[in-house]
Design a protein around this ligand. Sequence first.
Ligand SMILES: [Zn+2]
Length: 258
Amino acid sequence: MNYYFLFFQDQLLLTADGTLPQGCEPPVALQSGQRLQPLPPLPEAACFAAQLAAPPTQGEWQMVALRSCFELLPAPLYQLAGKARELLHWDETTRFCGHCGAPMQLHTDISKRCTQCGREVWPALSAAIIVAITRNHGEEILLVQSKSFKRDYMGLVAGFVETGESLEACVEREVWEETRLHIRNLRYFASQPWPYPNVLMMGFTAEYDGGTLQLQRSELNKGGWFSRHNLPAIPGRVSLARKLIDHWLQQPESTPAP
Ligand SMILES: [Zn+2]
């Protein structure tokens, strides 16, 4: 039995009751000659991915946005669905050589080689940072609302790593650009693939070290310092932002100095 990760754009094909299709053959017809992308196998099944030309019109299927699959699929399957989406996106965007323009040919499951000049390409990641900044001995956290958020909630300062930049320098630059604040005690927290598409998010914690909050209006709608007792809506559990905020919420409250 195989698992099939079949996407139409960023939506994954699931059964009507929200599980991943399994079987010996793909559950819906693929285009003739279409290749199935092999994925790392799970202990219980081999895994394959493919892009659908259109959502199925027959059968008891539903198309679910990859982000929402976090709530439906077991963690290993959600992780693999993200990898599947990234590989399919890579396949779509590397049909021709970026150097000479000739068609690219699959070389291994995760690499291609140019049919003309021999150039090789692998799936590439964009690195991004996200940082939870606290002040007053951890009593307050800085939350901001990016213009890119699709719902009305508050998250953390985040941004893409630029070429030639260390992670530490990136965090300091993003914090300065978005808030005009300085930070200290920068510490690595955790990382997470963010397949929307091809991003590796790296999470940090830091403490406020001076400056007056001044939001970058081109990037942010609003922002401010919040305590445990006046938290606004925060990001969903799928995100590293939420894991950072939950980690802060789990810290014991400091007792006020006498
Ligand atoms: Zn080439």
